[in-house]
Ligand binder design. Sequence first.
Ligand code: FES
Ligand code: FES
Length: 158
Amino acid sequence: MSIVDVTFTVNGRRATVATDPAAPLLEVLREELQLTGTKEGCNEGECGACTVLVDGLPVDSCIYAAGATAGRSVETVEGLADDALGRDLQAAFVAAGGVQCGFCTPGFLTTLVAVLRENPAPSEQEVRTALAGNICRCTGYSQILDAVAVTISGRNGR
Ligand code: FES
Ligand code: FES
């Protein structure tokens, strides 16, 4: 294992971490940068709890090599506090009961921010398809879909 400096932007701020470039991004975010909002679930790319955005696209940070972030922009759930869409989604999740234990929530929120930036008015089927990699064991998904619908209609003035 070789340790190298990896420099990237996280939530708008430049960060340099000394890490094995093959180490999971999830580990670097949580243990080196103390960004513990991103959760570790299955640790094998199946549940979506660890989703973050890299250059705007959702990735499973548990299976994404930290070295691959060099020169890129990473957004975690913590960064959504500074994002109007992220704040709207969070408020809608709370209002609709889309957060129960909350373990899956950071992954859903980051995925949805990417989806709604790309298409501000997706159909329910498009939302379901986009969320296929995010597992929630508590809500039965309907409250999450309700929260997304409220966010979409609120942001589109409907
Ligand atoms: S913890 Fe990464 S996909 Fe489950
Ligand atoms: S709210 Fe508990 S897993 Fe989704």
